[in-house]
Write a protein that binds this ligand. Sequence first.
Ligand SMILES: CC(C)(COP(=O)(O)OP(=O)(O)OC[C@H]1O[C@@H](n2cnc3c(N)ncnc32)[C@H](O)[C@@H]1OP(=O)(O)O)[C@@H](O)C(=O)NCCC(=O)NCCS
Length: 210
Amino acid sequence: MHDEIEIRAERPEERLATESLVREAFWNVYRPGCLEHFVLHEFRSRPEFCPALNLLLIRHGEIIGQAMYVKNVLRTSSQEELPILTLGPICIHPAHQRKGFGKLLLDQSLVLAAETEAVGVFLEGNVGFYGKSGFVVASTMGVHYMDEPADEPVPYFLGKELKEGVLQGLPMQYRVPEGYFVDEKLAEEFDRQFPPKERLRLPGQLFSGA
Ligand SMILES: CC(C)(COP(=O)(O)OP(=O)(O)OC[C@H]1O[C@@H](n2cnc3c(N)ncnc32)[C@H](O)[C@@H]1OP(=O)(O)O)[C@@H](O)C(=O)NCCC(=O)NCCS
């Protein structure tokens, strides 16, 4: 199953192919169409982007998976900062999903993430997938999402420690990096360079779209 697989950083000439993959994987999953390929595109020129952690999973020479991390911080109530990473988007091409490639990519990316100064990785996602790689609901680690009250856990906000014991104890606040909030009109314009795809409203989507 995992023969001929390479996980490595994206090369400049692979940018468009990666964006096409991200578009295929996220299209109509969380909203009609998707923004994730534009998010990746925009992040590449931001200082918090980590090129060494902008990873591809290549199987038999074909890019079938992608994962990116950005630098972020957790803040204590006294505004002390701890370096962390935010993960996402991460995806596997729809033709290759549920065959273990996502977990393989996630686990390998976490090994590389652990070599940085970051003390943990945080993301918004489904604990059904990330839980198998050691992620837990972040509020159980004392880490709270944006301005949500500390006593109202956000079940999709997940975290994993990279440096043992560092996060225990103090309550910390997490903020979603600004780069994830892209302009939907600009995203639509960006999307026009790709082959047309129908935007559908489907059950289970989190956002209704424009
Ligand atoms: C989510 C995604 C990256 C998972 O990759 P994958 O290769 O399909 O997943 P894997 O086969 O490695 O799954 C690993 C484990 O997670 C579980 N899992 C995978 N996707 C899941 C999902 N969407 N919900 C719940 N559990 C999931 C699987 O059951 C599997 O465990 P098991 O095989 O022991 O049962 C992939 O399906 C994808 O690209 N989805 C669309 C984009 C997306 O939603 N990305 C994540 C954004 S948070």
